[in-house]
Design a protein around this ligand. Structure first.
Ligand code: ATP
Ligand code: CA
Ligand code: CA
Length: 397
């Protein structure tokens, strides 16, 4: 498949920032730290502790010499994130190699509307996103609840966050850049053929690409969705239960605007990239181009080791929208099914329902049906999100 992003090499406008980030992470993760259990003290969550490490190019007692500009570095709640990484079973050395290894990070061309920059590590395991100050605040406010949620629910679909950092450039501007490090939900050895970012709202929820431009990297939205996702019974039940727990948590934390990101690998693709439904494959009796995933998939016992949301064998059924129902979110089923491997999780959870969103809501609802727009209060948001999710996911029978 097509590799996402632009490699950040020398001369790239964010080259120095990337070096700073890598130096900072190496410093934070490589530093010897006392072993801690999973019961953290309340003080670990206190963001007021302000320790800035200075990184002069010539090096210091605590930092190595480097080729970048002078900067300062701050870790937010380092004990909490170190413990989260342990909870998520990330080995510190591997983590450092993924982010700070010689192979550069890749910058994605702004996938969201918020203005954040996104970077992918070379091994595709981690995604780094620049954060607004307000998002950082929201995250610090909810950090202990997030920590407890991840600890309580091993199968949570809420995105895994591994670290929160700030780089302060010295010089007159004193510009601050905040980064969050998260798991790449769609990392897979299998090509992701379709990606959907789903919220359950209709306004503006359609890609601006023409049909012919849609490819593996296009981020499709609610109104582009032309499938129903069918999970095997026990997974479906677990999925519904977990979505409820996760939405309760997000509602309690008064956040909104999150989405369910879904990635699909189609197991049958014609040489020119067409998705082949199950019946067509059977009628052609041609199984030669099936992937080695089959070994895994043929043995249902190995399914037990699959974690909710990653590498899930499933089927999707094609749906069609009635053209006269322009804002209909879920189309009619057609009976045409495809075998896929699915990936999904809840992303972009750090927008709180603050005054700007209230204003946006008030202003937009003058022109539109208020329930169709993205900014509604957290309770309404979570309800609409769940209602939608439970319509587009179904039990496979
Ligand atoms: P907006 O607020 O306008 O939605 P944003 O800048 O906050 O935009 P996100 O929604 O966080 O951006 O992400 C934009 C896109 O990047 C997502 O639709 C998804 O395709 C991709 N993306 C974000 N986070 C992840 C992740 N953890 N794993 C894989 N892909 C991701
Ligand atoms: Ca988003
Ligand atoms: Ca956002």
């Amino acid at each position: 498949g097509k590799r996402q992003g632009e490699t950040i090499s020398k001369g790239h406008r964010n080259y120095e920032l990337m070096l700073n980030l890598q130096l900072g992470i190496r410093h934070s993760v490589g530093r010897p730290a006392p072993a801690t259990g999973f019961d953290l003290k309340a003080s670990a969550f206190d963001p007021k502790e302000k320790i800035w490490t200075r990184f002069p190019p010539e090096g210091s007692k605590y930092t190595p010499p480097h080729q970048s500009c002078e900067f300062r570095w701050k870790d937010y709640c380092p004990v909490v994130f170190r413990t989260l990484r342990k909870l998520f079973k990330v080995d510190p050395a591997d983590y450092m190699i993924s982010i700070c290894g010689n192979d550069a990070l890749r910058e994605l061309s702004s996938p969201g509307k918020s203005g954040s920059f996104f970077y992918l590590t070379n091994d595709d395991r981690y995604m780094i996103k620049t954060m607004k100050k307000s998002e950082t605040k929201v995250f610090l406010r909810m950090l202990s609840a997030y920590y407890n949620h991840c600890r309580s629910f091993d199968n949570t679909l809420v995105i895994k966050y591994y670290g929160l950092h700030c780089v302060k450039l010295t010089g007159p501007a004193q510009k601050k850049v905040r980064f969050i490090i998260m798991g790449n939900l769609l990392r897979s050895d299998y090509t992701i053929h379709r990606r959907f970012d789903l919220k359950g709202s209709s306004l503006g929820r359609i890609t601006d690409k023409a049909e012919s431009e849609i490819d593996n990297t296009t981020i499709l939205k609610d109104l582009d969705l032309n499938f129903i996702f069918k999970l095997q019974k026990s997974w479906f039940q677990e999925f519904c239960w977990q979505i409820d727990r996760d939405c309760e948590f997000l509602e309690q934390e008064r956040t909104m605007d999150y989405s369910l990101l879904v990635g699909l690998h189609f197991r049958e693709i014609s040489p020119n990239g067409e998705l082949l439904p199950c019946e067509i494959r059977n009628s052609q009796n041609d199984a030669t181009h099936r992937t080695d995933m089959d070994q895994l998939l043929q043995d249902p016992k190995s399914w037990a080791s699959i974690k909710l949301g990653t590498n899930m064998p499933a089927r999707v059924e094609r749906t069609v929208r009635k053209p006269e129902l322009e804002l209909q979110l879920v189309g009619e089923r057609t009976g045409e099914c495809y075998e896929v491997v699915m990936f999904f999780g809840i992303i972009d959870i750090l927008q709180d329902y603050d005054i700007t969103k209230k204003l946006e809501h008030a202003y937009k609802s003058i022109q539109y049906d208020p329930t169709s727009i993205s900014a509604v209060d957290p309770k309404q948001y979570s309800k609409r999100f769940r209602d939608f999710i439970f319509k587009v996911f179904a039990e496979d029978i």
